[in-house]
Design a protein around this ligand. Sequence first.
Ligand code: DC
Length: 218
Amino acid sequence: MKINIITIDGPAGSGKGKIAKYVAKKWKLKHLDSGIFYRRIAYIISKKKINPIDKITIKILINDIDQISSQKNKILRSEKISNIASIIAEYKFVRDFVNTQQKLTVKKSKNKNGFVIDGRDIGSVVFKNANIKLYIDVDVNIRAKRRHKQLIDMGEKSIYPKILKDIKLRDKKDKSRKNSPLVIPRGAYIVDNSSKFSITQNQLNIIIGKYINGKYWN
Ligand code: DC
């Protein structure tokens, strides 16, 4: 049976995770946050005190991993892990490994309703044939403010100008990297999520409902 897939791509802090969670709950889909895989690898690298630019050691480490968990954990959200994840996400062998993990997760799943998967290259590379693709965008200053608040709420230290600088740097890395840069996937619905009201749940439900209840979904 064909697995139905909705992809949600967008830059850091665009709120794609929140939208993905909402879509998963509403349409009884399984939510897969692909960034978690990069963050889990970054966490192991940090724990083992490996230099993130030491590709050879990271390659050996990855070769030893069979399966990586997609379980979320607060620790994976720290700035330190975010920065390491952003460096290693540039390596092709890391991306290939993460993509295989995602495909395996989908293949092994018993959930017959399908998946909503969020990330940077899901609709453009990993699941090019997804049924629905969304691309979420938000002004960088708004994203930095949201991230700053999130870190403060998590009890982490946060200096707004530094967060803004880091987000701009991560955007640059995401959009300009050689392997699977962040792009608007072909055929994606572009959603401006800059204000609370830019996409209503109703609009989202109309887009998705048209597929799920109608003739487009198979
Ligand atoms: O979405 P996130 O912030 O949790 O992602 C963590 C890092 O992983 C970020 O630097 C971008 C990278 N990433 C990626 O390159 N491709 C994906 N599909 C998901 C995340």
